[in-house]
Design a protein around this ligand. Structure first.
Ligand SMILES: Nc1nc2c(ncn2[C@@H]2O[C@H](COP(=O)(O)OP(=O)(O)OP(=O)(O)O)[C@@H](O)[C@H]2O)c(=O)[nH]1
Ligand SMILES: [Zn+2]
Length: 179
């Protein structure tokens, strides 16, 4: 990857030997690897067994989980917040693990809609919950820094599974608690 970044910098017409740029291909490769580290993770490893028995079957919500992802069309960042809700069925998941699951999917080349579904599916799969809801609100640099150059729009996506999909009132409770 380092070589490819060196080639990109050269193709920009820059001088790769100037002081500020000498280590840039190495840094850029390292940064890119960090930004896409989700490819090296899997659900079991991320959860690390942190599931705990409970007889609480009321909605659990973790809101405002910040996320940094990269759009798969332009490889530019999109940045936002993820809200997750679920209704436990016999077990709850460690609080931090929800944020780790969000990161595992965010740190890949993504479109927001697919990421939203992947997060919801993973939480459902991991917890066997009665229902899961995920809402993501993000701003896409490919739409702000270039292209249509709109600075104030954001995109909201959602995925509702199980009781969140079937029951209007469950979905309503979730949406009112995250807003
Ligand atoms: N639905 C969706 N679209 C996205 C996402 N990230 C980027 N895009 C869009 O992907 C589309 C790619 O369109 P193209 O016409 O192939 O590419 P482009 O010529 O660079 O498009 P413009 O951004 O309109 O200049 C654009 O409309 C982007 O806004 C995302 O997460 N979800
Ligand atoms: Zn894009």
């Amino acid at each position: 990857m380092e070589k490819e970044f060196a080639s990109i910098i050269q193709q920009l017409g820059e001088d790769l030997t100037r002081e500020g740029l000498v280590d840039t291909p190495k840094r850029a490769a390292k940064a890119m690897q960090f930004l896409t580290r989700g490819y090296e993770q899997n659900l079991d490893e991320v959860i690390n067994g942190a599931l705990f028995p409970t007889d609480n079957s009321e909605m659990v919500i973790v809101k405002d989980i910040e996320l940094y992802s990269m759009c798969e069309h332009h490889m530019l960042p999109f940045i936002g917040k993820c809200h997750v809700g679920y209704i436990p069925k016999g077990q709850v998941i460690g609080l931090s693990k929800i944020a780790r699951i969000v990161d595992m999917f965010a740190r890949r080349l993504q479109i927001q809609e697919n990421m939203t579904k992947q997060i919801a599916d993973a939480i459902m799969q991991a917890t066997g919950a009665d229902g899961v809801g995920v809402v993501i609100e993000a701003q896409h640099m490919c739409m702000m820094m270039r292209g249509v150059e709109k600075q104030n729009s954001s995109m909201k996506t959602s995925m509702m599974l199980g009781s969140f999909r079937k029951s209007q009132s469950t979905r309503g409770e979730f949406l009112s608690l995250i807003n």
